[in-house]
Design a protein around this ligand. Structure first.
Ligand code: AZC
Length: 837
């Protein structure tokens, strides 16, 4: 009875000590407790890694407290919730970020110290969680941090891949891929929810049955897999709110495979069950191409089905009427990858909840929003053949959505079949397929671009036809990055300096305050301290470079960095050609001129998709050029070239703060936004960049004379491409700038060895072959001018420091807090829901 219940509650309460304490002594006790009872080591002998594990569990306990309170609070107040659906999250390490967001960094450092450990060393023990490819995935991670910090009632959903993005090993200058066994050392940041499981079904047939006198479709699936939840608490900064990132892992269904057991085929039935686990096994390592593989489709649906069952269960606990769904639930599609969700919600509402089609469609169109992350027109497509087999009912639903949509369009635009064919969700042709972007646009109430330039291209090119039909759907949400991760965690020196001169730490929650640094622009002491911070970061980076590649670099040199995925459109090749040109110039200089040269350390890093041959050749070329130049004693410290292997989030945290100059070289019109540029900007590193993606807005914000802009503008690119093609017939060396031709010839003729291997790479920029689609030839001259301007600016360290300060001061707009607030207010329509202390 009630009395019994109350007695139990009182007893529980009396057993509780209150919240875990965060003073250094309590933390030490907890660390030792975890050393002994979680890690099962002796408190008298444990190493740095074990100290990491014990501290991580100590922090995890505190995260769980807040995480619980946050969820109880959300449950009680019932706000409209956002569900952020993404197949990729690049979280990187968690320890430092958590400790900072919980506000217990000093206490943890002191606790460790008294136990004979150093926080930085212990934090270095943690491996990266790399459940994503590149920009899109890291953006999701920054956005989760902002959602928590700004107190939004949000959940992230993703997949718990057992193998994250491959580790890049360089052997002899060639990239090799090694699996990323990230879970082998345990993962203290996740909470396994063995009771939060859902069945996900595949294959089978669709049948028609009579129900209440009406014909109703039912899907009779052929295979069942179980999804198990793993929860990852995401703490906000300066708030108790700690939200959840729920990742799904596939497990064999607990339902017995009866037939196999009965026929005595025990071994095979166990083997079959194991196949289920392969679904969430490995992340696809391509960041721009989609191959229409069955396993990938299975992953997508597995993710979608588990997440939506979870979301609907939570909704139904609190509501009985689906009309309320749009007031209580916002579903965000991070790119097209999760857009099967649309068909799945329709299936749930129509087949399972028995809503009429039109009513269901009405609801569905009010809950989805969509962000695209690419400039490429040819988006993700799912072959109908695959769907027919794997998800037969979903295919029917997609056909019906498309039929209704096209009927509506016929009424609006008439029987213009070529236009209708472009709009259609179904692509006819050699391989009939579903266009995921069209599906997402038709159903979402908002279609977001990730920079102004990107949105412009969506409106005028990529989705021009849709824009004509639904202009109000299209919105710009320029990307941002978290200043918690990209200054506070990765650049503690700069953090202290900023806080000292601003007289507050409030900028950690409100990045606009960074503009206050402009007040000290001419202060000599400020300059001195600013330069000192950079120097220390360069030292840290130089040590890392020496450890990784054996190359010793001078701290007086300009550290010039290009780190990002390797892609033709990102033009790492332009960078390498520039380096070769610089080398040629140095070789031809007399002693006197050489004395005036700004020494450079050119640092390149990034992974190539395993099947992307040209990108792999770029990596090899980088190594071949490095080998030649670094071993030329005549050049010495004037020029060094370094490739940093296995670029990932934690490497970025080390490299970005140590950079003087960073390069963002995409041919204008190809980079949807770019977020690396923002991270460098926040760290006082000057940008050398094309006017592409979000760089255009950075220029707006800090002014053209605070960075080095070069190259064709978007509107010039198409014209130049045409011009090149009209020159196509004969090889026309006269049209190629001399310097460019010379550099190209050196690579082609084997100056750096391996000429056969580099042949196809050279051809990408040659007439009659690749036709230089990305316009390296025509941008080369302007690129060299920008480089010369950077050299010149670097000589004047006063000017350089001013530019550096102005970069940080202008970076506030590029905080993911601004992006998330904009999404919350204009797209998701959600309000902050702050858990009381
Ligand atoms: C990237 C875009 O290429 C980049 O310009 C953008 O800044 C970033 O998304 C975040 O919006 N796209 C991807 O990373 N895409 C995939 C599939 O990985």
């Amino acid at each position: 009875g009630l009395g019994e219940h109350r007695a139990k509650a009182e007893r529980m309460f009396s057993l509780m000590d209150g919240f875990l304490k965060n003073d250094p002594i309590s933390l030490q006790k907890d660390i030792l407790h975890h050393v002994e009872y979680t890690v099962a080591r002796s408190r008298f002998s444990f190493d740095d890694f074990e100290a990491y594990q014990a501290l991580a569990h100590t922090v995890r306990d505190r995260l769980i407290e807040r995480w619980h309170d946050t969820h109880i609070y959300f449950k009680r107040t019932k706000p409209k919730r956002l569900y952020f659906l993404s197949l990729e999250f690049l979280m990187g390490r968690s320890l430092s970020n958590s400790v900072i967001n919980l506000g217990i960094e000093d206490q943890c450092a002191e606790a460790l110290n008294q136990l004979g450990f150093e926080f930085e060393v212990v934090a270095e023990q943690e491996g990266d969680a790399a459940l994503g490819n590149g920009g899109l995935a890291r953006l999701s991670a920054c956005q989760m941090d902002s959602l928590a910090t700004l107190d939004y009632p949000a959940w992230g959903y993703g997949l718990r891949y057992e193998y994250g993005l491959f580790r890049q090993i360089i052997v002899d200058g060639f990239q090799h891929e090694k699996p990323d066994y990230w879970l082998n050392f345990g993962n203290p940041w996740e909470i396994e929810r063995i009771h939060v499981t859902y069945e996900v079904k595949f294959y089978g047939t669709v049948e028609e049955v009579e129900m209440n006198g009406e014909k109703q479709k039912v899907w009779i699936p052929g295979e069942t897999v179980e999804a198990v939840a793993y929860d990852n608490p995401i703490p906000g900064y300066g708030t108790r709110n700690t939200i959840n990132l729920r990742l799904w892992a596939a497990k064999p269904s607990s339902k017995f495979d009866l037939e196999a057991y009965n026929t005595g085929d025990y071994i095979n039935s166990v083997v079959n069950r194991q196949n289920a686990e392969t679904i969430s096994n490995v992340l696809y390592p391509d960041d721009r191409s989609h191959q229409g593989k069955e396993l990938r489709l299975k992953q997508q649906y597995f993710f979608v089905s588990a997440s939506l069952q979870d979301i609907m269960r939570r909704f139904k606990e609190e509501h009985t009427n689906f009309d309320e769904l749009p007031e209580k639930v916002a579903l965000h599609l991070n790119d097209t990858h999760p857009s099967l969700s649309i068909a799945e919600v329709m299936r749930m509402l129509v087949d399972e909840e028995h809503l009429g089609w039109h009513k269901a469609w009405d609801i569905v169109c009010k809950i989805f929003s969509f962000t695209t992350h690419t400039m490429v027109t040819d988006g993700e497509k799912i072959p109908v053949e695959l769907l027919e087999n794997l998800l037969p009912r979903h295919l029917e639903i997609l056909y019906e959505i498309n039929f209704n949509f096209l009927e509506e369009m016929k009424k609006r635009i008439g029987l213009d079949y070529s236009r209708l064919a472009l709009l259609s969700i179904v692509e006819e042709g050699a391989m009939k397929s579903i266009r995921m972007a069209n599906l997402a646009i038709v159903c979402s109430h908002t279609v977001n671009g990730v920079s102004k330039l990107h949105l412009e291209k969506l409106k005028t090119k990529t989705f021009k036809d849709f824009y004509g039909l639904y202009p109000e759907k299209f919105q710009c949400k320029t990307n941002g990055v978290s200043q918690r991760r990209w200054i506070v965690v990765s650049n503690p020196g700069l953090r202290d300096l900023i806080s000292k001169w601003l007289g507050t730490e409030a900028w950690i929650r409100d990045a606009d305050l960074l503009s206050g640094l402009r007040d000290h622009l001419d202060n000599a002491d400020f300059h001195l301290e600013w330069k000192m911070v950079k120097k220390v970061n360069k030292m840290r980076l130089a040590e890392y470079i020496e450890a990784m590649s054996g190359v010793k670099v001078s701290l007086d040199a300009m550290f010039d960095v290009q780190v990002k995925r390797i892609h033709e459109y990102k033009r790492q090749l332009l960078n390498i050609f520039g380096i070769i040109h610089r080398y040629n110039c140095l070789k031809n200089m007399d002693k006197d001129s050489r004395r005036k040269v700004v020494p450079r350390v050119c640092i390149i890093g990034g992974k190539a998709a395993p099947g992307y041959e040209i990108a792999k050749k770029i990596i090899k070329l980088c190594h071949a050029v490095a080998e030649k130049i670094n071993n030329d004693t005549d050049i010495g410290d004037l020029l060094k070239v370094v490739f940093i292997p296995d670029y990932n989030v934690s490497v970025a945290e080390l490299v970005i703060p140590g950079a003087d100059l960073s390069q963002h070289l995409s041919t204008a019109g190809n980079e949807a936004s770019g977020t690396g540029n923002m991270k460098f900007l926040m760290n006082g590193c000057l940008l050398l960049a094309t006017a592409d993606g979000s760089t255009v807005e950075i220029i707006e914000e800090i002014g053209e004379d605070n960075l080095f802009v070069f190259g064709a503008k978007v509107h010039e690119v198409e014209k130049r491409r045409q011009k090149r093609l009209s020159n196509l017939a004969p090889l026309q060396p006269a049209k190629v700038p001399l310097h460019f031709a010379r550099v190209l010839r050196m690579v082609r003729d084997g100056y750096f060895g391996h000429n056969d291997y580099f042949k196809s790479l050279c051809e990408t920029v040659e007439f009659g072959f690749g036709n230089d689609y990305y316009l390296l030839t025509s941008d080369f001259g302007s690129y060299l001018e920008a480089q010369a301007a950077a050299d010149k600016a670097f000589v004047n360290q006063d000017k350089w420091t001013r530019m550096s300060i102005l970069s940080v001061a202008g970076s506030g707009r590029f905080s993911s807090d601004r992006t998330i607030q904009d999404y919350a207010e204009s797209t998701w329509k959600i309000s902050p829901c702050r858990c009381p202390l």
